[in-house]
Design a protein around this ligand. Structure first.
Ligand SMILES: [Zn+2]
Length: 403
């Protein structure tokens, strides 16, 4: 994540809200802000934005425009078959709110038979637009459907991974039929840089852009190589930047609040990116050794890494978790690596996930970072929590000494 996110942090909330809320009007002209949760026959269940409560009402009590909107919503729900049960965002989001208690996924297997739709072929400003079930790829050069299909699998698998992570990040639950995550692809690295891509980066998440949050990627990062006049695909999963940035795009705005922003927002993106990936599959069950190798080492299996070593001198934990993001990124390599180890601790090394769940729920409900961190502590002092993290990692061969 780059500074652009820092500057335009508040846009995240705007885009999230715009996706789901609508002003409904009944036949008497009364207006409410609500979201469709479900609908069958001539009944519809609306969730009021103000109170969060859901009501089932007869569709006939709503304006003609609203009735049409609900019919369209139902059609979208039917047409997006890539999410098994309840593909509509309302239901998907309700599901997401509850998925804190779901089992941790062991293997993510995205559908290799995904369909690619060609939307534009250069007629408008030389743009080529392709749709996979949940992504919109906007490219400055034409690609074959087959090539798009090959790299789209990585995007779809990453989204499916974020959706199944039991951390209730709602953005990963909005079906593509309602909103496709936008990806800008550049044939030439110079054009990527001209459009704001950091020169040494392989991809970047930008929030608050016109048209919402985007990830920009130069084609070379996708493993595309020009052969003659067309592109060939050759991605072996070495590029950790891409899944990292895609995870950011699917992380809810609340998880970027101070107190989470940095150690957790980057730790989560690293967690997703470091997970062994191959041909549409994320092998989540092999995560522990992959995370340990990546955080402590460098270059094992040619996969890069943060190279923190196995005897880590860490700063004071409270200061680390609450530091401003600009400070966090000024020592990026160390802080990202430590964030990954700590995030993994809360996901997998405590007795259960109740502490991290309470922390995330508090952020979602609008509590401050410090209030949320108190729930993460769950009665422990900061020293005690530091010691719990150290002990857990020590038994896996990594020594972390907090100041
Ligand atoms: Zn990042």
């Amino acid at each position: 994540m780059k500074l652009s996110l820092y500057r335009s942090f508040f846009y995240l909330f705007l885009t999230t809200t715009l996706l789901s809320a609508r002003t409904f009007e009944d036949v008497k002209g009364r207006k409410i802000e609500a979201e469709v949760m479900s609908s069958s026959g001539d009944r519809v269940t609306l969730k009021l934005d103000k109170t969060g409560k859901s009501y089932e009402i007869a569709m006939a009590t709503l304006s003609v425009g609203d009735q049409e909107y609900i019919e369209e919503w139902k059609t979208n729900k039917k047409s997006s078959g890539n999410i098994k049960e309840g593909s509509a965002s309302g239901k998907a989001k309700a599901e997401a709110e509850m998925n804190f208690d779901a089992d941790w996924p062991k293997l993510i297997n995205s559908d290799l038979g995904i369909e690619i739709e060609i939307v534009e072929q250069g007629e408008n400003e030389g743009k080529f637009i392709y749709h996979s079930p949940n992504y919109e790829f906007i490219c400055d050069v034409g690609l074959s459907k087959n090539v798009v299909k090959k790299f789209a699998v990585l995007f779809e698998a990453t989204r499916e991974y974020c959706r199944l992570l039991p951390i209730a990040t709602m953005k990963a639950h909005v079906p593509g039929a309602e909103f496709r995550n936008r990806i800008l692809l550049f044939e030439h690295k110079e054009d990527y840089i001209k459009n704001g891509g950091p020169p040494s980066s392989a991809g970047v998440f930008m929030s608050g852009r016109k048209g919402g949050d985007i990830v920009m990627v130069p084609l070379v990062s996708l493993g595309l190589k020009k052969v003659g006049s067309s592109y060939m695909y050759d991605y072996k999963g070495q590029n950790k930047v891409l899944p990292h940035e895609l995870a950011h795009q699917l992380t809810d705005g609340e998880y970027y609040k101070p107190g989470a922003r940095g150690w957790f927002s980057e730790g989560l993106a690293e967690y997703v990116a470091v997970t062994p990936y191959r041909s549409g599959k994320y092998m989540v069950r092999s995560n522990l050794s992959a995370i340990k190798d990546y955080a402590t080492g460098f270059g094992k299996k040619g996969l890069g890494g943060r190279a923190l070593g196995e005897d880590i001198q860490a700063p004071d934990l409270k200061g680390y978790m609450l530091q401003p993001y600009s400070q966090f990124t000024s020592n990026a390599n160390f802080n990202y690596g430590l964030g990954l180890l700590i995030t993994n601790y809360f996901f997998h090394m405590e007795d259960d996930r109740s502490n991290i769940n309470a922390f995330l729920k508090a952020l979602k409900s609008g509590q401050s970072g410090e209030e949320a961190l108190n729930l993460l502590l769950n009665g422990r002092s900061w020293d005690e929590m530091e010691s719990d993290i150290s002990k857990a990692w020590r038994s896996r061969g990594v020594k972390i000494s907090f100041k």
